[in-house]
Write a protein that binds this ligand. Structure first.
Ligand SMILES: Cc1cc2nc3c(=O)[nH]c(=O)nc-3n(C[C@H](O)[C@H](O)[C@H](O)COP(=O)(O)OP(=O)(O)OC[C@H]3O[C@@H](n4cnc5c(N)ncnc54)[C@H](O)[C@@H]3O)c2cc1C
Ligand code: SF4
Ligand code: SF4
Ligand code: SF4
Length: 859
């Protein structure tokens, strides 16, 4: 009986609150003894005691009919201050209630709200000062609260404020079919906590604060510790994991001391910590689209979206589970099935899989995919090499007929050698440099990847018997064919320098610069001020290397657009900036002379075909100190080998695909795509192995679904990492192909229900039409390009509802059959008859609803 506190909420105007209906509600909550529903509930509970553990008649009798003694006044935006005070006075004096007034962030004033949101990267959230002018003002609020505190203390009641209401902002990107929507969650926290700070200072901690505004497992302990309670959570429970989170939160707060007064210094500390907390900042770059480019299946929809984001479709949930269970040998075996370079990718992959990770909805870092891969690589490599040595290749039919020359011993060439030799082909790599590893070995700075890690990948790639000749420049395909090679894979990278196009002065090629720096050559001729032109990852590496050179004082990245549009990964940019590299945005270089790079000032114009806003010249110039200019605007493919072999290429020198169109000539990596990523090079190598030898990479695909581990998945969903995710004890993988149910977690109306269906491996999601108000929240989180409330098998409660909807779904009929609409056809079916004509998964699902979830069938 003491476990719940019920709080009433009333609003609109005093007349409405005094109306008989609302009055009966208030009085009934104060004392329910005389209400009809109270009697009904007691009777039902007593009749059903056997359905509950730990509940007996005495327990039921002990439940207090005094349901609530407190109320929150929640008025509409624009409600005049005297009306707010009249309502509160009525609730205190006439109704004798402990009273809270819900306040809006607008109390802070427009200028403060705008500046704070801008400083945290929420500059795109649009709102004007309308609500700030119309809502309660600080100058009116303070004396009003003082009067109400006096009024309640005279009566032995409590008065407080609830911070805050959601915040109306403009709909600018068709988020909702309205002009305004309510901001909440991460961006609301900085405003709400600042308001709490101001109020606690103004009232010296004596005004009680009830909190709502971005509270979650990560900050709730500090909020509560600051003497702010009760705390309401909404946004966090409307994300995948939803209500599962409450047990973690309860654990966090269990035993925490409850303070009577608000601790002013603790609230101030919380407020001040916002500026430095990554969690409250909007990422600089737009968040990539997380949806899989495929329609949502009607049944059996659980999937691992991360695999879809990974160009080599790694068996991510399978190997993360193995890492989490300490089975590093197994994990690396799973990884190496599809990934020939676990060390290089474990260090340097920009992990596009992460953009699709479901955990990223509530923790920006998502599951620890890349670092777990490196952990598996380090822990499992010796066992894997020993296994390869003892078991040898896994030959595919016909592979031994292929004698393959690979031109280039970079990541693409190495990966090709691994997959082709594993399948039983005779492979030789020809590399013009004295060591293997390509850009990773010769260009990328050692502070990003150690030589020892590259060595281990090389060892793995040669483990199935591929040979490597270094210091050998392959001249042509014809020469190699003449030597008896049946196939030639061109994997020589993209090394032809790009050009800034300076009107005067010299530029240095970025690969030349990084190569010289890696060899430890003397680069003192660069002088004190190095300008890097370009904004990709190569530019970030060049800037960070330059910053470390003795004699270099300033390093500036010069870019035509703004950082939002930079091709570099957010983390690479952040590293460069944290090391003191300066970013000069909206500048297009014209020429360099006498230590000065003259640039034209740009502004952002309309978006181009890539969706990025194009830079538009202003005619105004700016001077940037520059004793050296390094060009990092993208290298080109050297076309000589293709040309001599008769391979057709496009205007950027790229052949049509890994199969170049010339018999026995293949292409992989940067020399096929232009400057790309390691994982793309491996994807090309997989493709070469598939097309040349018919290699199948799906040995571990089924292991991504882990039947029997459903309860682990549920537990992890509700478990937010506290502190540093990188130091977390496990990968945090939710095992989405085993249990997704995100649409069920996030539905405020519980209109998507996950059910167990005998005969089907996955739980099935059924959408209950009558419980849905089409808020669309499930569509936001579903990983497929679909909307669960429209696309999942739908249970209807009436023929009218079915007629008003276009969803595929079913309606129970009086004769025990179901009216089912599928693929535009509607007919009655007997779901007990396996031959009734329904697709089996749909039939079994409807049958399971009838047999085990019959409470769903009617309103
Ligand atoms: C500075 C920089 C940083 C990068 N950082 C990242 C990163 O963090 N993450 C990421 O995923 N990607 C990154 N990349 C991209 C990544 O390095 C490339 O996509 C990858 O190296 C492509 O592999 P490749 O084998 O196709 O080409 P390369 O690595 O260029 O290897 C080609 C090899 O072919 C050899 N070769 C060329 N011609 C011949 C010939 N005629 N005969 C014999 N040998 C020849 C070359 O010497 C070279 O060893 C970065 C690139 C650069 C330049
Ligand atoms: S939580 Fe795990 S299975 Fe789900 S998307 Fe992320 S890595 Fe993949
Ligand atoms: S659209 Fe319907 S099913 Fe989806 S979250 Fe909203 S109420 Fe729930
Ligand atoms: S969100 Fe719902 S509909 Fe979408 S894949 Fe997950 S369980 Fe299926």
């Amino acid at each position: 009986p003491d476990g719940f506190v019920f709080n009433m909420s009333v609003g609109y105007d005093l007349e409405g609150i005094k109306s008989p209906k609302v009055d009966a509600y208030i009085e009934g909550m104060k004392d329910a003894t005389k209400t009809e529903v109270w009697g009904e509930c007691l009777a039902w509970a007593k009749e059903n005691l056997d359905r509950f553990a730990n509940v007996d008649e005495a327990f039921v009798e002990s439940v207090s009919p005094r349901v609530s003694s407190s109320v929150t006044e929640s008025t509409l935006h624009g409600c005049p201050p005297d009306e707010i005070e009249r309502i509160a006075t009525y609730l205190i004096t006439e109704k004798g209630l402990n009273t809270y007034i819900k306040c809006n962030p607008t109390l802070l004033g427009y200028d403060y709200a705008r500046t704070r949101l801008d400083s945290l990267g929420f500059d795109y959230i649009a709102f004007d000062d309308k609500h700030f002018r119309e809502d309660l003002q600080w100058a009116d609020a303070v004396p009003m609260f003082e009067r109400l505190i006096k009024l309640t203390s005279e009566r032995g009641l409590a008065f407080g404020v609830k911070l805050t209401n959601t915040f109306p902002v403009d709909v600018t990107r068709k988020e909702l079919p309205s002009e305004e929507m309510y901001m909440s969650g991460r961006s609301l926290f900085p405003l709400t906590i600042h308001l709490a700070h101001r109020i606690s200072e103004q009232f010296d901690g004596k005004l009680r604060i009830s909190y709502s505004g971005g509270a979650d497992a990560q900050n709730i302990k500090d909020i509560y510790g600051a003497g702010i309670w009760p705390i309401t959570m909404a946004t966090t429970v409307l994300k995948p994991g939803g209500y599962e989170r409450f047990s973690q939160i309860a654990g966090i707060l269990a035993g925490a001391e409850r303070k009577d007064d608000v601790d002013v210094a603790a609230v101030a500390a919380l407020d001040e910590a916002v500026a430095d907390a990554h969690k409250y900042h909007k990422p600089v770059k737009p968040i990539p689209a997380h949806k899989i480019d495929a329609p949502l299946p009607l049944t059996s929809c659980f999937t691992s979206p991360c695999r879809n984001g990974c160009p080599i479709e790694q068996d991510i949930p399978a190997y993360l589970a193995a890492v989490d269970e300490g089975r590093l040998d197994d994990a690396l075996a799973i990884i190496a099935e599809r990934n020939a370079l676990p060390f290089i990718t474990g260090n340097l992959c920009p992990h596009p899989c992460g953009t699709k990770c479901m955990r990223a909805f509530y923790e920006p870092e998502g599951a620890a995919i890349r670092s777990s891969k490196l952990k598996a690589a380090r822990g499992g490599i010796d066992a894997l090499l020993a296994k390869i040595k003892s078991e040898g290749a896994k030959p595919v039919v016909g592979a031994s007929d292929h004698k393959v020359a690979v031109i280039g011993g970079g990541p693409a060439g190495l990966a090709c050698a691994f997959f082709l030799s594993r399948a039983g082909a005779d492979v030789t790599i020809l590399e013009r440099k004295d060591t293997l590893g390509g850009v990773a070995r010769h260009i990328i700075p050692a502070f990003r990847i150690a030589d020892e890690d590259i060595d281990r990948d090389v060892e793995l790639c040669l483990a199935f018997g591929a040979k490597a000749q270094t210091g050998v420049e392959a001249k042509s395909v014809a020469e190699l064919k003449a030597e008896g090679y049946t196939d030639v894979v061109v994997a020589c990278g993209a090394w032809a320098p790009g050009h800034v196009g300076l009107e005067y002065g010299d530029e240095i090629d970025v690969l030349e610069f990084l190569g010289a720096a890696k060899k430890g050559e003397d680069l003192s001729s660069l002088g004190t001020d190095v300008a890097i032109v370009g904004a990709g990852n190569t530019a970030m590496d060049a800037a960070r290397v330059a910053k470390r050179l003795p004699g270099v004082k300033n390093v500036r990245i010069v870019y035509r657009r703004t950082k939002r549009y930079m091709p570099a990964d957010e983390e690479e940019l952040a590293e460069a900036l944290s090391e003191g590299v300066e970013l000069c945005e909206l500048l297009a270089p014209k020429g360099v002379r006498d230590g000065v790079l003259t640039c034209e000032k740009m502004v952002l114009g309309e978006p181009d075909e890539s969706g990025r806003r194009s830079p538009v010249a202003t005619g105004e110039t700016v001077e940037v100190p520059a004793t050296a200019v390094i060009c990092a605007v993208g290298e080109h493919i050297e076309g000589g080998v293709y040309e001599a072999a008769g391979v057709q290429t496009d205007r950027r020198g790229r052949p049509a695909g890994v199969a170049t169109g010339v018999e026995g000539v293949w292409a992989a990596g940067d020399c096929r795509r232009g400057p790309a990523r390691f994982v793309d090079a491996i994807a090309d190598a997989q493709e070469v192995a598939k097309e040349m030898l018919g290699v199948d990479f799906s040995a571990y695909a089924a292991a991504n679904v882990r039947s029997g581990h459903e309860s682990d998945c549920y537990a992890r969903k509700g478990d937010l990492r506290l502190g540093c995710p990188k130091c977390a004890k496990d990968s945090g993988c939710l095992g989405c192909a085993t249990v997704c149910e995100a649409c069920c977690d996030v539905c405020p109306n519980r209109a998507n229900v996950s059910i167990t269906v005998p005969g089907l491996a996955q739980h099935q999601v059924v959408h209950v039409d009558g419980m849905c108000n089409e808020c669309g929240n499930c569509a936001v989180f579903c990983p497929w390009s679909g909307r669960p409330f429209k696309d999942k098998l739908t249970l209807f409660w009436s023929a009218e509802d079915m007629g008003n909807s276009e969803n595929q779904g079913f309606l129970p009929q009086a004769d025990g059959t179901f009216l089912v609409r599928l693929d535009g056809k509607t007919a009655a079916y007997d779901v007990d008859d396996a031959a009734c004509g329904l697709p089996e998964e749909a039939r079994l699902t409807i049958k399971a609803v009838r047999d085990s979830y019959s409470y769903l069938l009617a309103k």
